[in-house]
Ligand binder design. Structure first.
Ligand code: FES
Ligand SMILES: [Fe+2]
Length: 449
């Protein structure tokens, strides 16, 4: 190893300094170490249980560079395997999702059941195999660790990791808010979207937590909503942004903030209020009765949650689930879905999907602004006259140890928290990402290789 990983992050909390070296986004050696230690050395998000609801349902995903097959066996048990045939390594399942009692390898037709057991080796009797071969296992290799939390499935290629509950820590309370909305649970609206952008994966990681860019990078979205508002359009075309503007004009003081949790998870949030432009509006009363008013109000807040390193749930006018998959230092694959409560009314679902298309879809008005900005940053990273990026400093004097009264109201804590007006736009929450990043890189640094 020639790169000094610790030197890429200038973290001096006592002096109020946190800076990141641009090389962290561009260096191929850093990227290779990230794959090995961040994505293949610890917990990563794989998908939702609801992506494989019935016996023999499966979906494919990845842990770093490693293709993964998640399959529900005939007894209804979910399992996760390396999606690679033990014969010569070909990827076994080739499609994103489906239902298969048997998976037949496309290369030489070895066959596996939905529990990963080998059920057939083509022309085995004629194969003159040795006893050693016949006596060995030919099953798919299970992921060393595979656990779920309330329908969110995580895996680790490294067996030596803490229990998932420990990894999620206090951030789990905010996953509860995602799944706790409806009585019937959540589901993915049919129609997954996959796209790539030509920039580093950590730009997406940061952008989800970046309130500072919104009015700068998304003016066309804001202008379109303003025009719709002036025209008195229906709620479906006005969106929650209108409501949040109204709220911030009426109120003073705290309008949002952030929480940083252990292991790199973060939440940033903004106060919205109970708005008719929110797809959950029809359920406001029921949600209050079921969860209490504090949790209900949190459910209506704008919330962007990142579970390090690759899961993001963005909830505002609609809800988006994102999986970040790095492909190269300057290339990232995004897989995104609209997330929705099961059993919501047709009208609420329509509102959710329209607002999703407006804001989140790659064909919408916000996501392209963001990906263009990531690619612009990636080009700018070539400039190394001053390698240090200064985008981690806002909020330094507002960040407090622990949670606050608002998180306590729903039984949540945090390592650090910030309460903000509409312009503070905390950047200290990114510190958690890079501290967790270094933590996962520790084995590389210890070995110096
Ligand atoms: S690689 Fe799968 S059967 Fe040969
Ligand atoms: Fe954005």
């Amino acid at each position: 190893m020639t790169v000094d990983l610790a030197a890429l992050i200038d973290d001096r909390p006592d002096e109020g300094v946190f800076r990141v070296d641009r090389a962290i986004f561009t260096d191929p050696e850093v990227f290779a170490l990230e794959m090995r230690h961040v994505f293949e050395g610890g917990w990563v998000f794989l998908g939702l249980e609801s992506q494989a609801p019935g016996p023999h349902d499966f979906f494919t995903t990845a842990a770093g560079r490693v293709p993964v097959l998640v399959s529900r066996d005939g007894d209804g048990r979910l399992r996760a395997f390396v999606n690679s045939c033990p014969h010569k390594g070909a990827q076994l399942a080739q499609i994103q999702s489906g239902n298969a009692r048997l998976h037949v390898c496309p290369y030489h037709s070895w066959t596996f059941d939905s529990a990963g057991s080998n059920r057939g080796i083509k022309w085995q009797r004629a194969g003159c195999y040795s006893e050693a071969f016949t006596g060995a296992s030919h099953d798919l290799a299970p992921l060393p660790r595979f656990e779920g939390y309330r329908g969110f499935l995580f895996g680790s290629l490294n067996p030596d990791v803490p229990a998932l509950a420990e990894h999620l820590g206090e951030a789990a309370r905010f996953l509860d808010l995602v799944v706790g909305q409806p009585e019937e649970g959540i589901e993915l609206v049919p129609g997954a979207v996959t796209f790539t952008y030509d920039a580093n994966w950590k730009l997406q990681l940061e952008n989800c937590s970046d309130a500072y860019h919104f009015t700068s990078a998304h003016p066309s979205y804001i202008r379109v909503l303003e025009r719709r508002q002036q025209a008195g359009g229906p709620a479906a075309v006005r969106s929650i942004w209108e409501q949040s503007q109204a709220w911030s004009e009426e109120s003073e003081g705290v309008q949002g903030g952030s929480y940083s949790f252990a292991n790199g998870h973060v939440l940033n949030w903004g106060r919205i209020g109970i708005s008719e432009t929110h797809p959950l509006f029809e359920q406001a009363g029921a949600l209050g009765a079921r969860h209490g008013e504090a949790a209900r109000d949190w459910i209506f807040n704008m919330r962007n949650l990142t579970i390090f390193p690759n899961l993001q749930v963005a909830e505002n006018a609609s809800s988006q689930l994102r999986i970040i998959q790095p492909l190269a230092p300057g290339r990232t694959l995004m897989r995104t879905w609209c997330l929705a409560p099961r059993g919501e009314s047709a009208e609420a679902r329509r509102l959710r999907i329209r607002q999703y298309e407006d804001f989140f879809n790659p064909s919408g008005m916000a996501t392209p602004d963001d990906t263009v900005a990531y690619e612009s940053c990636q080009r700018g990273f070539a400039g190394r006259v001053d390698p240090w990026l200064q985008g981690y400093a806002r909020g330094a004097m507002a960040s407090q140890e622990g949670g606050n009264a608002l998180s306590a109201a729903i039984g949540a804590g945090a390592e650090r928290s910030v309460l903000a007006d509409s312009q503070l736009c905390d950047e200290t929450l990114y510190h958690s990402y890079y501290r967790a990043w270094l933590q996962r890189m520790a084995p590389a640094m210890a070995r110096g290789a």
